[in-house]
Design a protein around this ligand. Structure first.
Ligand code: HMH
Length: 208
């Protein structure tokens, strides 16, 4: 029996729901999120994405060549995303330069680093789960009012959804070639990502 991304979702619906459905996103949808909460998320997510970009670069070094296209596409999208974050911050007069990572953000970034050197199947599972969490999180509430719709679109758009499906395929293929022990570890990776995602929303929601 081989573990797949789909089975991880079916085995842990509660953990995944908590990772992707949060008052933070619901209040973006309602337009009632406070500026301080949203700006905290924006700054902390930028700091997260900087480290996430480094992680994706490391995943590339562990990947089989057949997976290069998708991962390089992801890195190229991250180039645009980092510039977009800087634009959004400038519009809101936020300064990334003197921003510090909050403890929850730091914990997530430390976790990203800890994937370094792990078997590719585990890194591919983490990459898929991290991207799918935002794809679903921003997509599930449906159309959002301005200015949040732009954010919902970034991770909820059809192209990003396709990218996440390809990441799942790659993770599935790597898991298929892995031992039962590695597959068991992949389940822990999935649960760690789900918990860190939930905590990240809560960190932003707690601001202000
Ligand atoms: C916390 N998880 C978090 N931030 C993101 N930007 C993504 C996932 C997806 O890129």
């Amino acid at each position: 029996m081989t573990l797949t991304c789909e089975e991880l979702l079916q085995k842990h619906p509660q953990a995944w729901k908590e990772a992707t459905v949060h008052s933070f996103l619901e209040q973006c949808k309602l337009g009632t999120i406070k500026e301080e909460q949203f700006n905290t998320w924006l700054v902390q997510d930028y700091l997260f994405v900087v480290e996430f970009t480094r992680m994706v670069a490391r995943v590339l070094t562990a990947a089989p060549v057949r997976d290069f296209d998708v991962i390089l596409g992801g890195l190229s999208a991250l180039k645009d995303e980092l510039n977009w974050f800087r634009e959004k911050a400038a519009e809101r007069n936020l300064d990334f330069l003197d921003a510090h990572r909050q403890e929850t953000c730091m914990e997530y970034c430390t976790y990203l680093y800890s994937l370094n050197g792990m078997p590719y199947a585990l890194q591919a599972t983490a990459l898929w789960a991290i991207e799918y969490a935002y794809n679903q999180g921003w997509q599930l509430p449906g159309e959002m009012p301005a200015p949040y719709q732009e954010f919902a679109q970034r991770w909820g758009n059809p192209g990003f959804t396709e990218y996440v499906k390809l990441l799942a395929k790659q993770a599935d293929m790597a898991l298929e070639m892995s031992s039962e022990n590695i597959q068991h570890q992949a389940e822990q990776v999935f649960l760690n990502v789900a918990r860190l995602e939930k905590d990240f929303w809560q960190m932003a929601f707690n601001a202000g």
